[in-house]
Design a protein around this ligand. Sequence first.
Ligand SMILES: Nc1ncnc2c1ncn2[C@@H]1O[C@H](COP(=O)(O)OP(=O)(O)O)[C@@H](O)[C@H]1O
Ligand SMILES: [Mg+2]
Length: 259
Amino acid sequence: MPGPKLAISRLTKRFLDLDVLHEIDVEVEEGEFISVVGPSGCGKTTFLRIVAGLEKATAGEVRLDGEVVRKPGADRGFVFQADNLLPWRTVFANAIVGPEIGGRAGAEERKSTLDLLRLVGLAGFENYYPRQLSGGMRQRVNLARALAIDPKILLMDEPFSALDAQTREIMQMELLRIWEKGRKTALFVTHQIDEAVYLSDRVLVFARRPGRIREAVEIDLPRPRPLSIKRTAEFVRYVDRIWKLIEDDVRASVLNPDD
Ligand SMILES: Nc1ncnc2c1ncn2[C@@H]1O[C@H](COP(=O)(O)OP(=O)(O)O)[C@@H](O)[C@H]1O
Ligand SMILES: [Mg+2]
């Protein structure tokens, strides 16, 4: 039997005297969609940045397909909260930037990038510039760009949090539609519980100070999931259960953000 796609063991991170993550253990199977939820400041972004290779762990390790992650690599696609598109490049030129950096932006990659832009709903916008797009469309470009390198895993840090509520829901639905096509292993960070439940096979509930996994909640909802699933009793039960797990932490982080 093959090992897990992603294996994180005893992952610990300290910034000077601040204990941010403490001995986190997680295994993610190929094709799983995992979310991380927790209050602001619990270390979600730090966790994802370590998996991305953008930040070094103080102790412990991250393995992707058995190989220890030490730096960023083309086997990981990253979508950040703030879109970081290059303003002087068109949608197409932004989407193909990964293969270009990798020195392989030939006819085949150009075609697959066009296919990806169609997949994310941007057919016809290839020659637009980022400033001509709405926030939701810019995050679609970011998603296409992350997928264009055909990564082993997709890492997303609150990619929809800057969007208005309706656009956000549409993007959640779109993300699942796109994900269903390839079922790429995904690690998605959010502070919104309903977003995590809607998207995921499993939700890792982080506790704060230091960040650790309080509980891993399996989300046993059928797929594909229409947005209306959010109104079912089963869905609401998952949201309530996770909310109860982090309620005290959220209250503490609102009252004492710096302690
Ligand atoms: N580069 C850094 N240097 C020092 N402290 C940091 C750094 N990055 C994050 N932190 C601190 O680590 C904690 C966790 O931050 P973060 O991972 O951004 O949390 P989250 O994404 O869950 O809101 C916060 O207290 C934050 O201030
Ligand atoms: Mg964060």
